[in-house]
Design a protein around this ligand. Structure first.
Ligand code: ADP
Ligand code: ZN
Ligand code: ZN
Length: 742
């Protein structure tokens, strides 16, 4: 760009994180060197009475707004853009594809501190390592100060150094103990771990000897480094996917490139981090929402500058800039948490594929239960399937069984046959895992006298009984009230809990298995920081006999001594109105069963059901997930449902009961004017939960057999929707490729 001529004003067109589609024009700052001005730099601009951070989109000569009305950019925050041209292109693509305002998309790509305009300079952090003395000391000698002992053990488990951030991610209270250990000359300050430019060896301990299927997968992906390609690694739990990842990562690191690894769950990062640190000497960064802003900013900048070679993170880490990108891995690619469910509703899997294409690198998607979309992409040759059909090492696959509980005596959800099986397993000193995807004591409180039910005042939902806390709580809006003893309607009837939650099952387990140790893992029992880690540790050390939990258990955790898994109520998943439900149920069953018999001991999975002939269950058990997936895909095809068609869901809510429908009626009218033959406009209909947190909710579904046509319609429609006269009276959001129709 040329130096600014006096007389003509140059205009900065910027994106600001606001829920509006338009961009904003500002006058360029005085006296700037235009050669240094590149799209993507952060700016500070006056906005109303405040200042806001903006992202430069382009410099233009003309504005549609009278130049005398334009305000001037106050400050330029970056000398050069923090994101590469390709990553900027990715954000533009995502904004267009998800029909989400560019400013908010930009904002999502940056850590909070940088969004707020803080400086993008890394504060150097201290690193600590053991001294010779510290390496030799038996940690038992510190047993009188447990904190120092645990810090020493942490270092002894990590023979190289640990940074402040890594220590904080492990345990927030490390500082005083580290200082005391330094005073005792057991720890010392050291220089940083090697980044991508280092010549240090990359591998610490050697890789496992792979079986032929693993080796084939490693070879295929390794041969494709340096070019775009999507690989779907389908392998049952324990088939050695992580080992495959690590051996490919090694090759990427040897090429001097970086790897981005995305996981569905924060709680899974420590396990994988541990395995990676055992294997690699390079610097590894972690990024997820439980870290502080400072920690996340540092991880982001360390990847951007090349200080770190591997980033392990959740969905939001997807946009982290990489100095030398080599590979993106998404583990458990089927997991719904890769889809952001509020605000900028992107699919981390789909955006990762687009990002890899722009960067010209491969993406590796791994799962025991691939998403139907991904299998469909294998069928139409967009993804390449790599298969690990067997468990690695000596582990054998668990046996799945249905337990018909029709007309059987049940005690709080446990059949006598199941209890007997549990006793047998426990007698062998093996662990039992029970899965029930409902927390709380019971989902409903009902009056035995008059039928009154405790409802949430703000939602179309029942209040859930939380007996331990003595409250009734709405799981949709969080509203709470004291657990009542008397029916407010008839004042005489007895209030009875209806249905089962984990709390209730825990109580009956404590009676039936009085001499056993039981642990309940759900969102309520693991709220306290460190609680989950503590439970997992106790389980792995064999201190726990029975593990009871919700979907938290379905993901990734290794419980090597569990040999019996029981799904207490598989039927509740069979009757959802959402067409995604069978897929999610099948994935859940297979994932939960993956927890059984991971080591040498074979595992069993028992599913209690009143639908023993249900085709989903029988197909899954007799023919496995792949067969189930084939059948489910055929059904989707017959019904013209995704992935054989494309959807976008417009959700609307308002405090006023009429407004959402009025608004959507107006949208339908607009849409019909612009729609071509292949796009169906379904609705408006009341949302499955028609009222939530006091808001009335409606939705409108767009579905098309042709993706470009759907998007062409949304392209014209969305900016017009924003200007409808009802638009200010409702809150609305568009969900492209929704995974949940609620
Ligand atoms: P996944 O990620 O598919 O669940 P992992 O990579 O965690 O599988 O492997 C499961 C277990 O099998 C781990 O304990 C791992 O060390 C072991 N393992 C993986 N590959 C091999 C192999 N080729 N030979 C022996 N053991 C293996
Ligand atoms: Zn009553
Ligand atoms: Zn509620």
């Amino acid at each position: 760009m040329a130096k600014l001529q006096s007389g003509s004003e140059l205009i900065f067109r910027v994106a600001i994180a606001l829920p509006v589609y338009r961009l904003f024009d500002y006058l360029a700052p005085y006296n700037i060197e235009m050669t240094a001005i590149k799209p993507g730099i952060r700016l500070e601009v006056p906005f109303g009475n405040a200042k806001k951070i903006a992202f430069l989109v382009e410099c233009v000569q003309h504005s549609n707004i009278d130049i005398s009305k334009l305000k001037r950019v106050e400050r330029i925050l970056d000398e050069k853009p923090l994101l590469s041209t390709k990553d900027l292109a990715l954000l533009h693509w995502a904004s267009r594809y998800y029909h989400h305002p560019l400013g908010e998309v930009f904002s999502a790509a940056f850590p909070v501190a940088l969004r707020q305009g803080k400086s993008a300079v890394i504060q150097t952090e201290k690193r600590y390592a053991l001294t010779e003395l510290g390496k030799a000391l038996a940690s038992e000698q510190l047993k009188r100060s447990p904190k120092q002992k645990s810090v020493l053990e942490k270092f002894q488990a990590h023979p190289n150094s640990l940074s402040e951030a890594e220590l904080s991610a492990w345990n927030q209270n490390w500082r005083s103990a580290v200082k005391q250990l330094m005073d005792k000359q057991l720890l010392q300050l050291v220089a940083a771990a090697p980044g991508i430019n280092s010549r240090e060896p990359i591998i610490r301990n050697s890789a496992l000897h792979c079986n032929p299927q693993q080796q084939a997968a490693i070879d295929v992906v390794s041969d494709s480094l340096g070019q775009f390609g999507v690989f779907l690694l389908e392998g049952v739990t324990g088939s050695g996917k992580t080992e495959v990842y690590m051996q490919i990562i090694r090759t990427v690191l040897e090429r001097g490139q970086q790897v981005l690894v995305l996981l569905p769950e924060i709680t899974l990062t420590p396990q994988l981090e541990e395995r990676f640190r055992q294997r690699f000497t390079v610097s590894i960064a972690i990024s997820h929402s439980k870290l502080t802003d400072r920690q996340r900013t540092r991880a982001w900048l360390n990847l951007q500058s090349g200080e770190c070679s591997i980033l392990l993170g959740t969905r939001s880490a997807l946009f982290t800039p990489l100095k030398k990108p080599g590979l993106i891995i998404l583990d458990e690619e089927h997991d719904a948490s890769f889809k952001q469910q509020e605000g900028f509703r992107f699919s981390a899997r789909d955006v990762a594929v687009v990002r890899a294409k722009l960067l010209n690198i491969p993406v590796l998607l791994g799962s025991a239960t691939p998403a139907l979309e991904s299998l469909h992409n294998v069928d139409n040759k967009r993804y390449r399937l790599l298969h690990l059909p067997e468990r690695a090492g000596n582990a054998t696959a668990p046996v799945l069984q249905l337990l018909d509980i029709r007309n059987k005596r049940m005690q709080e959800g446990l059949s006598e046959a199941l209890v007997a099986e549990m006793r047998k397993t426990l007698a062998k000193n093996e662990q039992v895992l029970l899965f029930l995807n409902r927390r709380g004591f019971a989902p409903t409180l009902i009056c035995h006298g008059c039928g009154w039910v405790a409802r949430c005042r703000r939602c179309d939902a029942n209040l859930v009984i939380h007996q331990d806390e003595g409250i009734l709580r709405c799981h949709h809006c969080g509203q709470e009230q004291r657990l009542i003893r008397q029916c407010p309607a008839c004042r005489t009837g007895e209030l009875t809990p209806l249905g089962l939650g984990t709390e209730r099952v825990e109580k009956v387990l404590a009676e039936l298995f009085a001499d056993k140790t039981i642990v309940r893992l759900d969102r309520d029992s693991t709220q306290r920081k460190g609680a989950l880690e503590n439970y997992l540790q106790r389980i792995n050390q064999g201190e726990v006999d029975i593990i009871l939990g919700t979907q938290m258990l379905a993901k990734g955790h290794h419980f090597p001594n569990v040999t019996l898994v029981a799904i207490l109520d598989v039927d509740s998943g069979l009757f959802s109105i959402d067409f995604h439900a069978p897929e999610k149920l099948a994935q859940m069953i297979v994932q939960v069963s993956g927890r059984a018999g991971r080591a040498e001991k074979p595992g069993r999975v028992i599913m209690q059901t009143r639908q023993p002939e249900h085709p989903l269950l029988t197909t899954l058990i007799s023919q496995g997930y792949s067969c189930f997936a084939r059948t489910a895909l055929a059904e989707r095809k017959d019904a013209s449902l995704p992935p054989f068609s494309y959807q976008a869901l417009l959700r609307v809510q308002a405090a006023d009961a009429e407004m959402p429908k009025l608004f959507l009626d107006a949208v339908v009218k607009l849409a019909q004017e612009h729609s071509k033959g292949h796009t169906h406009i379904l609705g408006p209909v009341a949302a499955p939960m028609a009222r939530r947190a006091g808001f009335y909710r409606y939705q409108l579904l767009f579905q098309s057999s042709k993706r470009p046509e759907l998007h062409a319609l949304l392209d014209v429609l969305m900016p017009k929707i924003e200007k409808l006269k009802q638009a200010n009276k409702v809150r609305w959001s568009l969900d492209v490729d929704p995974v949940d129709l609620y």
